[in-house]
Ligand binder design. Sequence first.
Ligand SMILES: [Zn+2]
Length: 182
Amino acid sequence: MSRYLLRIPYIFLTKGATSTTKTVLTKKGSAFVRPIHTCSGLLSLTRYDENTDWQKKLSPEQYVVTREKGTEVPFSGVYLNHYEVGMYHCVCCDAPLFSSESKYDSGTGWPSFKQAHGTWERDESHASIVRRPDNSLGHAGTEILCKHCDAHLGHVFEDGPDPTGERFCINSVALNFKPKAK
Ligand SMILES: [Zn+2]
C-alpha cells in the first residue's frame, strides 16, 4: 500500500497530466484537515452516524482518501495491476462496489472500472455508489461515493470503453478486494 498520498483539493491528475500540474503534499494533522461533511444540503444515506471514529477505524491513508477526499499517488495503488476474479468492497463499510469483471487498464495510474456492481444497463439504483457533482477538479466533474457510508471513492469520466463509455477512476486505498469463493 502506498505510504505517500497526494492531497489535491483543486486539481485532479488525469490522463495526459504533465509535470506542470501542481500538487500539495500534506501530513496528517496539518492545518489542511477539513471537516468530513463539506457538502451542504445533501442528506447522508450512511448507516454510520457522525460519531463514527473513522480515524480509529481506518489507516491514515484510508482516512485521508475516503473521509477527506484525498487522491492516492498515480501508479501507486495495490489494485492498479490486480486482475484476480472477485469483488472490490468499500474499505469503510464493506459494501460491494465494483466487480473484477468491469475492471480494465485505462493507463491513467488508478484502478479503472466500466461500471459499478449492481448496475443494470444505466440504472444504478441497486449499485452501492452514488454520484455527486464536483467542481473541485477545475471543471465540472462527478465524484463517486459509497452509497452506504459516504466514503469518497474517486471520480467518473466520460472517456471509458464500450459499452458504457464511462471510466470509474477509483483509489485503491478506498477498496478492499475479496476473491471469489471457489
Ligand atoms: Zn462504504
